[in-house]
Design a protein around this ligand. Structure first.
Ligand code: SF4
Length: 331
């Protein structure tokens, strides 16, 4: 299986390539991708240089243009598609059917992948994107259990990529507008959940508070690790108790189901985290490279090493990992 790794900057791209990625995914410095944060992403020149570095090392580059275009500024999305095709990316990752239509008709030689933001969970949805836009691959949303992934893979008209590691949210990919209720901006249209300009920290006598556009998201104790203020991971008061009402901060980790994913015919494993650091890329990609290579050698005797879990645990949200929706024992 191909290891698809995040690159939020040229330095992170180099780190991912050097650590053993088979492919990296990047975004441009505007609202056309779902990680539109200041200081992140690539301008034309950086993209060109980074692409050369990746290709020189036989690593593919995918361009995420995976937000939903807005009528008044749709030219930004078209420009992003044109630039990506000119740069010679190995695929464009898109979700908006208007943008897919533009890419498919204007640049038929450029591969198209359906973004996780497209949230395709049925054979019919995959067939639609394959028939209408000729997508080569779809990234499955993180709402599916392992049996459901297997079922889709058995009948999919296109290659499938799944998430293997990284931060989880409440898993309404392409459909969550929580952030826009508080900041006016959501990942789907603007590319940013909890945009940095709306974030404020306040030191308190007992620790620190985090705010999003003036709304208290969490209060942390003195020695508690403070997470970025994300609405779905805030601690709110409900029924007289203050707790993670929607979801506890945690990261997905699927090392233990590598054999089942491969047996199902999954072609690629995606690592989340373009907003993280080059050091994160190095650590996570190294572990996954080693694990996938180890699996290729050992196959049926493959076991997850404790040091891999520890290394991934140390960069996980809330220092805890889960199999997420892959494991739904009640189904
Ligand atoms: S609010 Fe949470 S669920 Fe919604 S996009 Fe942001 S991180 Fe994801």
């Amino acid at each position: 299986m191909e290891l698809v790794c995040p690159a939020g900057s040229p330095a992170m791209l180099r780190a991912a390539v050097d650590a053993g990625a088979d492919a990296v995914y990047i975004g441009l410095k505007d609202e056309t991708n779902a990680r539109h944060f200041s200081g992140l992403n690539f301008n034309d020149r950086q993209a060109q240089k980074s692409l050369r570095y990746a290709h020189d090392n036989k690593v593919k580059v995918f361009m995420a243009i995976n937000t939903y275009a807005q009528p008044e500024s749709i030219q930004h999305w078209y420009d992003a598609v044109d630039l990506s095709a000119d740069l010679g990316v190995d695929a464009i990752i898109a979700a908006d059917i208007g943008i897919m239509d533009y890419a498919a008709s204007k640049h038929p030689a450029t591969n198209l992948h359906l973004s996780v933001q497209g949230s395709a969970t049925s054979i019919q949805a995959l067939e639609f994107y394959a028939n209408e836009f000729g997508i080569k691959r779809a990234v499955l949303p993180r709402v599916l259990s392992l049996p459901q992934v297997k079922q889709l893979a058995a009948g999919s008209p296109v290659d499938l990529e799944v998430f293997g590691f990284g931060s989880l949210c409440i898993m309404a990919e392409g459909r969550c507008f929580l952030s826009s209720y508080v900041t006016g901006e959501s990942p789907n249209t603007f590319g940013a959940c909890s945009p940095g300009s709306a974030v404020r920290w306040e030191e308190t006598p007992t620790g620190r508070n985090s705010y999003l556009n003036g709304v208290l998201i969490d209060s942390f104790g003195e020695n508690e690790k403070a997470g970025y203020p994300t609405l779905c991971k805030g601690r709110f008061r409900a029924n007289g108790n203050q707790f993670h009402v929607l979801e506890e901060p945690t990261s997905l980790n699927t090392l233990q189901i590598i054999p089942e994913l491969e047996a199902a015919g999954i072609v690629a494993i995606k690592i989340e985290g373009r907003q993280r650091s080059p050091a994160y890329a190095t650590r996570v990609v190294k572990v996954w490279r080693e694990a996938l290579d180890d699996f290729q050698q050992s196959k049926s005797s493959f076991t997850v090493k404790r040091e891999w879990m520890e290394a991934l645990g140390s960069v996980s949200e809330g220092a805890q990992t889960t199999l997420g929706a892959y494991s739904k024992p009640w189904q």
